[in-house]
Design a protein around this ligand. Structure first.
Ligand code: SF4
Length: 73
């Protein structure tokens, strides 16, 4: 969810069912700003606040990784 203006390009912004701005997701659920080859953010300098605050290796991060790891089995 975009809660502050960090300069995310319009083409990556979607509106959710409640009218809030969110990052656009592709049909498979992945963020549209992710480079699928390098697995790096293509808008790193303009990424949303929540992406800046999400700590790599934190409990939430590991939980997400576990979910992704099992999502396609
Ligand atoms: S950090 Fe990840 S989730 Fe956030 S905008 Fe970049 S690719 Fe998308």
């Amino acid at each position: 969810m975009l809660i502050t203006d960090t300069g995310v390009p319009e083409r990556y912004i979607d509106i959710d069912d409640w009218g809030g701005e969110v990052m656009l997701r592709l049909d498979d659920g992945w963020c549209a700003a992710l480079d699928r080859d390098s697995m790096r953010c293509t808008i790193y300098e303009k990424r949303p606040l929540i992406c800046r605050e999400f700590e790599t290796g934190s409990a939430d991060c590991l939980e997400e990784r576990r979910g992704i790891a099992t999502a396609y089995r």
